[in-house]
Design a protein around this ligand. Structure first.
Ligand code: SAH
Ligand code: SF4
Ligand code: F3S
Length: 441
């Protein structure tokens, strides 16, 4: 038996991929460990989205070097994910401790790469192979109450700031039948909530079981028919791909949760054009309106970039205006980070760091205020919570509201994997404190 330590950086797709890589290595005798010091293989599943994310890999490799030196050939160090794809064999040159470099489309080849590394080779596999890894990876293993399921991968949008089209390749959707089969397996292994993943998940257009293609709205309806699945979510979406069928699914499908992460990046049309986003601020507002008509309780989340090249005070003010107009339940915001190989990185009108810092602080202040207001509105309300795991304190369970808020409550373990009605007793900074009605009575 060999031990595998996995560290995952970046987005939810990497979390999903890490699970599948571990499953792929299981037949080769690898079992998971939480202790890098006792590992026979250390697998780093990396992210290239911003400079800081990518640099984390090299600082972690630096820290691993003594471990590798002590273990010698016994320890295999593998680098997977988007930095692996972007930098390839450059990683082998830069970090002597690395034995395997494997890009996101080659994970099914990991057992062969591991065998080669055990023989002393340093294989690099960053191809975009003709075969789909999804057809070659073993069936899903264990599942938690909440599970991720990749339905679409890659991106053809080429936003001018973004590395994803280069690191994940062209957009590709899995056939609906394959998605449904994996969903049924996960449901049989305990999954009650599925989050469908894709870099651009609402561009999903998979082969339909009966010929033709299905969009995401249709796929959601089919998944909702799996009785064990109580909740469905999907992420991350692009405004330009928010079609009517998907909006209708929000109206009609009770299992589709009323919370949507829909990145907008900026509220300035000039910035949106230069970012090659293919939508304007008004389009985003129209989509938000449509969603709210379809599902009045829907809450929105978003991503923002401040300090994109050429961003003026007026452009940034337009972003704040958009935020005020929409009202977000939650959001992520980032300082623009120039990425190698992307068009925006070459521009000579980069925004100075202190300006980025200032704008980020102003935007985050507004977004936190909106988030706090959204959560404060739940005081005293009754919400349905899907309990996913034990809470931090004895006798507690932790779960999520339909709006993805973390909720904890004193509850019996029999409620794990079930939806219970909970009264919100207090709104804490990072979660809601709930009380079961029986406990309150
Ligand atoms: N697939 C997702 C994007 C993944 S990246 C989507 O299309 O929405 C997640 C977020 O990182 C993006 O929405 C964007 O806000 C941010 N991001 C991407 N590239 C960036 C860069 N070069 N600098 C700063 N933030 C970036
Ligand atoms: Fe990146 Fe744009 Fe594609 Fe999202 S839509 S992954 S931001 S290129
Ligand atoms: Fe990062 Fe790649 Fe995800 S760059 S955000 S790990 S798609």
């Amino acid at each position: 038996m060999k031990k595998l330590f996995v560290k995952t950086y970046g987005c939810q797709m990497n979390v999903y991929d890490s699970a599948r890589m571990a499953e792929a290595l299981a037949p080769a005798g690898y079992v998971a460990t939480a202790a890098p010091a006792e590992a026979d293989m250390i697998l780093l599943n990396t992210c290239h989205i911003r400079e800081k994310a990518a640099e984390k890999l090299f600082s972690d490799l630096g820290r691993l070097a003594p471990l590798k030196a002590r273990a010698g050939g016994r320890l295999v160090v593998a680098v997977a994910g988007c930095v692996a794809q972007a930098e390839g064999d450059e990683i082998l040159r830069r970090a002597k401790s690395v034995d395997i470099v494997v890009g996101p489309q080659s994970y099914h080849r990991l057992p062969d790469l591991a065998a080669a590394a055990e023989r002393g080779a340093r294989p690099v596999d960053t191809e975009f192979p003709a075969e789909s890894k999804f057809d070659r990876l073993p069936a899903r293993g264990a599942s938690g109450v909440g599970a991720f399921l990749s339905v679409q991968e890659g991106c053809d949008k080429f936003c001018s700031f973004c590395v994803v089209p280069y690191t994940r390749g062209a957009e590709a959707s899995r056939p609906a039948a394959a998605v449904l089969a994996e969903a049924r397996t996960l449901a049989a292994r305990g999954a009650r909530e599925l989050t469908l993943l894709g870099q651009n998940v609402n561009a999903y257009h998979g082969a339909a079981p009966d010929g033709g293609t299905w969009g995401l709205g249709r796929l959601v309806r089919a998944l909702a028919e799996i009785p064990e699945l109580l909740r469905l979510r999907y992420t991350t979406s692009h405004p330009a791909d928010m079609d009517d069928a998907l909006v209708a699914a929000h109206r009609d499908e009770e299992k589709l949760m009323p919370f949507l992460h829909l990145p907008v990046q900026s509220g300035s049309d000039r910035m949106l054009r230069d970012m090659n986003r293919r939508h304007r601020a008004a389009d985003y507002r129209r989509i938000a309106d449509k969603l709210r008509v379809a599902r009045p309780d829907i809450a929105l989340s978003s991503d923002f970039i401040v300090g994109f090249p050429g961003e003026s005070d007026a452009d940034f003010a337009a972003t704040l205006d958009l935020v005020r107009a929409i009202g977000f339940a939650q959001a992520f915001s980032f300082k623009y980070s120039p990425r190698p190989g992307t068009p925006a990185a070459l521009r000579d009108d980069q925004v100075p760091e202190p300006v980025k810092v200032e704008r980020l602080a102003a935007l985050q202040a507004l977004l936190s205020e909106q988030q706090a207001r959204f959560n404060a509105g739940f005081t005293g309300r009754v919400v349905e919570v899907l309990f996913e795991k034990r809470g931090r304190h004895a006798g507690q369970l932790a779960g999520r509201s339909p709006w993805l808020q973390a909720v904890h409550a004193a509850a019996p373990p029999t409620l794990l994997g079930r939806v219970a009605t909970v009264r919100v007793a207090a709104v804490e900074p990072n979660s809601l404190a709930g009380v079961l009605p029986e406990a309150a009575a």
